[in-house]
Structures are given as structure tokens and as C-alpha cells.
Design a protein around this ligand. Structure first.
Ligand code: ADP
Length: 246
């Protein structure tokens, strides 16, 4: 067997082992709390029952997110994935995503700012929405309650680009970790991140999707918070109303 095949096999084995671990943790917790509810139902107070049922619900959601992310990764890595490009105005998409995230993070404030006369961009709308949701969700979950998330869309006239920025007042990312966060299953291990649920696939998916659509993603971070920027080429007037399937 050649070295390339060996590396591929090892990468597959590592992937299966990581996924199995990610699946086992929530499943063990679901089974444990379901068991306790079944065997000790009468002895538990209503508060304890509710607490255990909420854990089961949270862990099930964690599994659903993981499986959805894994399906996205597998689709992204097969060449068969279809991209349906359309030229779109960015603000309505940002508004819709902020609205969705707001329902989950009731105490966060979201400040949205759009430069006037923004050009359109050519993107696959589902994938663009996934990028927005991942970044706004991360900005919310890695920042404290009652903090603010700023989302802005501006343009760079000389480069003909549209810049989307998502900025938070959260825990920040250490300089030495910044290059790792876009890798598959990469989570920064610290007492602060350990309390926050995730599977380390969101930014890998986000970066892959941005680059598939010929965009760029970058991040700046300090102990005061992080700012992620996504940059797309402006659509040309000829793109308007055009649909491209690749
Ligand atoms: P996860 O599911 O762990 O959130 P991501 O791929 O979205 O996975 O992010 C990878 C890691 O990058 C996270 O585990 C976290 O450590 C770090 N990270 C991502 N976004 C932020 C942010 N806005 N602020 C601080 N850390 C972040």
C-alpha cells in the first residue's frame, strides 16, 4: 500500500474515532438520565424531573446539530454538491438570520448597520444563510448575557467587494489559537469554552463555503472580543437576475 493511501486510511480512522467520541458523550448522558427517570421517577421531585428532561432535550439537540454538520461536511467534500448562484441584496438575509438567532439569545443585543447603496453579491442563498447563522450564533454563544453583537455590511469601492462583519464582546481567541479554529473538529480548550456546547465543525464549514463561493474569511480577536469578516466580490450589473448552477 502506498504512503498516500496509508495517510488517507489514517485520516478516515481519526475521523471515525472523533465522530464516535462526539456521538458517545451526548448518547451516554441521554441514556443515563432516561434510566434515572425510569427507575426513580416516584422519588424525584418535579424540579428534578424537569431538569433531567431538559438535559435529555439539550443533548438530543446537540446530536441533531452534530449529525446535520456531518452531513454538510460530507456533501461539501463530494464534488457533486450543487451551487445555485443568484445575485442578492445582503441586508434582508442578515435581518432574517438576526431574527432567528435573537429567539435563542434573549438577553443579547444585536446592532445592525448597513452602508447605503450596497452592491449585490452572487452567492448560493442557502449557503450564504448558513455562513451568517454560524457566525452570528458563535458571536452570541461565546459572549456573555446582556452583551452586544454588532453586524455590519459595507463596501470597498476600489476592490469592488462587500464586507460583512460580525463582532462580539465575548471571550476572544488567543493569538496562538487563531489558525486552528477553522480546522475540522477544532475547539479551543479552556475553562470558558468547556461550558459552551459545540462540535468544532461550524467554522470549518463556514470557511469552506465562503471559499467555494470565491470569498474570503478572516478574524481578529483580543480579550475584549472577536470580529469575523467575510468578503465577497460585488455582483456586476450583468449578474442581476442571472442564475447559475455549478
Ligand atoms: P463550535 O461548534 O465549537 O462552536 P466552531 O467551528 O464554530 O465550533 O468554532 C471553533 C472554535 O473557535 C470554538 O470551539 C471556539 O473555541 C472558537 N470560536 C469560534 N467563534 C468564536 C467567537 N466568536 N469568540 C470566541 N471563540 C470563538
Amino acid at each position: 500500500m502506498d504512503e498516500k493511501q496509508n495517510n488517507l486510511d489514517q485520516a478516515h480512522l481519526d475521523f471515525i474515532s472523533t465522530v464516535s467520541h462526539e456521538l458517545r458523550t451526548p448518547l451516554t448522558s441521554i441514556r443515563g438520565f432516561a434510566d434515572t427517570l425510569l427507575t426513580s421517577y416516584e422519588r424525584l421531585t418535579p424540579e428534578q424531573r424537569e431538569k433531567f428532561l431538559n438535559i435529555i432535550k439539550d443533548q438530543s439537540n446537540r446530536l441533531i446539530n452534530l449529525v446535520e454538520n456531518l452531513l454538510t461536511v460530507s456533501k461539501m467534500q463530494s464534488d457533486k454538491e450543487l451551487m445555485i448562484y443568484k445575485s442578492i441584496e445582503v441586508p434582508p438575509f442578515v435581518d432574517a438570520c438576526v431574527q432567528m438567532i435573537k429567539n435563542q439569545y434573549k438577553t443579547h443585543k444585536y446592532v445592525v448597520n448597513y452602508e447605503k447603496n450596497l452592491p449585490k453579491i452572487m452567492v448560493d442563498t442557502d449557503k450564504f444563510q448558513q455562513i451568517l447563522l454560524n457566525l452570528i450564533d458563535n458571536a452570541s454563544k461565546y459572549s456573555p448575557e446582556n452583551s452586544t453583537v454588532w453586524i455590519s455590511v459595507s463596501q470597498n469601492y476600489s476592490e469592488n467587494t462587500v464586507i460583512l462583519s460580525v463582532k462580539d464582546e465575548g471571550i476572544g481567541i488567543a493569538q496562538e489559537d487563531i489558525n486552528k479554529i477553522f480546522n475540522k473538529f477544532s475547539r479551543i480548550d479552556s475553562p470558558l469554552t468547556r461550558k459552551i456546547q459545540g462540535n468544532g465543525l461550524g467554522l470549518f464549514i463556514t470557511k469552506t463555503l465562503v471559499e467555494k463561493m470565491n470569498g474570503e474569511i478572516c478574524v481578529e480577536s483580543s480579550e475584549k472580543g472577536s470580529e469575523f469578516k467575510v468578503i465577497f466580490k460585488s455582483a456586476t450589473p450583468e449578474d442581476d437576475g442571472k442564475k447559475a448552477i455549478c
